[in-house]
Design a protein around this ligand. Structure first.
Ligand code: ZN
Length: 199
């Protein structure tokens, strides 16, 4: 059953997707006869030889969509992003505490990935942690963020990344408020805010 997918950069795409990863798709070639069925989509969205889908929760549509994972090299992100965004999201930097420009935003809405637009955190889960970084007690969906161990700075932390494009967002700690007890400590520069009426 064809289903519409949201993609950033103003591209609308209809994918006949199923619950599998699409592998080994040659650019511009017909779908392979052997192996899983392939999606032969617009070539401008295909990098290299493989297309991989990822399941992401879309807050506006209130459902899970299968969308293409966004994979770019450091050099490609460097061309696309302002230096500060590149440094934080791609080189895993940390913004100075207190520098977040939307800390006084109190509208209802969604904080999205600055690189790919994936919905990440609801404003209703934002709280004042006193750290100087925007903090949330949960993501919009566990699907939308990835986590991995981070041993930089001589200690073990849990890094939080965008599940679709791999952008470094910040870290999650176990000293947050109820109901989850989690504190997603996020670099504001990795996010962009969309008010509820502009979703
Ligand atoms: Zn992203």
């Amino acid at each position: 059953m064809p289903s519409g997918c949201f993609l950033p950069f103003g591209l609308a795409l209809t994918i006949d997707y199923k619950s599998y990863h699409v592998n080994n798709l040659r650019r511009g070639s017909p779908a392979a006869e052997a192996g899983p069925p392939c999606y032969n989509g617009p070539t401008q969205l295909v990098r290299g030889d493989c297309v991989t889908t990822v399941r992401i929760y879309d807050a506006k549509q209130n459902r899970v969509l299968a969308v293409e994972r966004i994979e770019k090299t450091d050099a490609e992100w460097k061309k696309l992003l302002p230096p500060e965004q590149y440094e934080i999201t791609t080189r895993k930097g940390t913004e100075a505490p207190g520098s977040c420009t939307f800390d006084r935003v109190h509208e209802a809405g969604i904080f999205r990935c600055v690189r790919c637009g994936t919905d990440l955190f609801r404003s209703s889960t934002k709280f004042n942690s006193g750290t100087g970084w925007p903090s949330y007690y949960e993501p919009v969906s566990p699907l939308n963020v990835a986590q991995q161990p981070d041993t930089s700075e001589g200690r073990l932390r849990t890094e939080v990344l965008c599940a679709r494009c791999g952008a470094h967002l910040g870290h999650v700690f176990d000293d947050g408020p109820l109901p989850t007890g989690k504190r997603y400590c996020i670099d504001g520069i990795a996010l962009k805010f969309a008010a509820e009426n502009r979703l």
